[in-house]
Write a protein that binds this ligand. Structure first.
Ligand code: MG
Length: 368
């Protein structure tokens, strides 16, 4: 089987409500997603999606994906898409780095491998594990009562993990965290996601002041060195997210005992092939995982759910559904919300693909 054509489509994804991170410093109203279709000489086609959370969340931006695919695609024409490690080697040779450019191509190759073998992607990633995958809520920065009302709304729909975004400053964040922790719905778990907003001084003061609170603290500072400094001065469990880009990043975090878990996002690390390697190291070293993507429709969410579904339940913390935060739903099939939990589809491949009518004309077609 050979790749004969790679097409990329742009898609605007308006958010249902403007979304704020870092205590309001970063604001988002619409995402810009790229859908990638790979066609083969045997008539099997695969789909992938790449959607950074705007241009300010990670060193990644939507138009960069399209430019990167244009750069990469000629090297991929003629490759066998079922050989996912080989495809990744070809991409890493043709364009070192730029993992967010490669993710949709890699995911489309897994979709093809699944369709060619008749297996869902979770089975190809090691095998479907028992149990549903928990969906975590995403609670934007706001005043504490509004954040609590938001948590209660999600809780009423069955959600048990809540990721509250903070990062305004020491006093405001201590107040927020204590207010929420005291009032969390019974049986639910709180993540305090700082999205890199604190400097070590602030992180240490907030975390020392809230030491009795049962919560995970996610990505307290912008750099690894800063997070490690915080780690050594505090006692709460830490999740690292934005700064884990490679297997080597995770290996260093394990060696330094820098965290208890990570956020694993296929788009950030370069797709399912590389995410699976990182997942495996987490399982081997006893780290927990949130497995979700940086953004997108139910297509990107479903790819992440396949990897989560193939991860042993005790290492799995949750996933997150961006597709519930946008006003459009152009995907047929896919992993859907079953009351705060989800399951990877049973169909071969991803079990999700765009509705052709929603796509419009491709921005880019490379190959015959
Ligand atoms: Mg995060």
């Amino acid at each position: 089987m050979r790749i004969v054509r790679i097409s990329a489509f742009g898609m605007a994804l308006p958010l249902r409500r403007p979304y704020e991170l870092q205590g309001g410093r970063l604001r988002y109203e619409q995402l810009d997603s790229t859908m990638v279709r790979i066609d083969t000489d045997e008539g099997v086609s695969g789909w992938g999606e790449a959607c950074p959370w705007g241009s300010t969340y990670l060193p990644a931006f939507p138009r960069g994906i399209r430019a990167g695919i244009e750069e990469l695609a000629p090297a991929l024409i003629g490759q066998d898409p079922r050989r996912t490690d080989v495809v990744n080697s070809v991409m890493d040779t043709a364009l070192p780095g730029h993992p967010y450019v490669k993710s949709a191509i890699d995911i489309a190759c897994w979709d093809i491998l699944g369709k060619a073998t008749g297996l869902p992607v979770c089975d190809l990633l090691g095998g479907r594990r028992p149990g549903d995958v928990t969906i975590q809520s995403s609670i934007p920065s706001a005043d504490p009562p509004e954040m609590l009302r938001n948590i209660e709304r999600f809780s009423a729909k069955g959600y048990t993990i809540h990721s509250a975004k903070v990062g305004s400053g020491v006093a405001a964040d201590i107040e927020r965290i204590e207010y929420l922790a005291e009032r969390m719905p019974a049986g639910s778990s709180l993540t305090v996601d700082v999205n890199r907003a604190w400097i070590p001084d602030q992180a240490i003061r907030v975390m020392q002041a809230t030491e009795g609170v049962d919560a995970y603290f996610e990505q307290p500072c912008a750099t690894y060195a800063e997070c490690l400094q915080v780690r050594r001065a505090t006692r709460q469990p830490i999740l690292l997210d934005e700064i884990i880009h490679t297997y080597a990043d995770l290996l260093r975090a394990h060696q330094d005992r820098a965290c208890e878990g990570i956020g694993l996002k296929p788009n950030r690390v370069g797709g399912l092939t590389k995410a699976r390697r990182i997942r495996d190291l987490c399982v081997q070293t006893g780290m927990r995982l949130n497995i979700e993507d940086t953004g997108g429709t139910a297509l990107a969410d479903t790819a992440a759910v396949h990897l989560a579904q193939a991860t042993p339940a005790r290492y799995r913390r949750g996933t997150w559904f961006c597709h519930e935060m946008i006003t459009v739903d152009p995907i047929i099939g896919g992993a859907r919300n079953l009351g705060g939990v989800t399951r990877a589809p049973e169909a071969p491949g991803l079990g999700a693909e765009p509705d052709r009518d929603a796509l419009g004309r491709p921005l880019l077609v490379i190959g015959g």
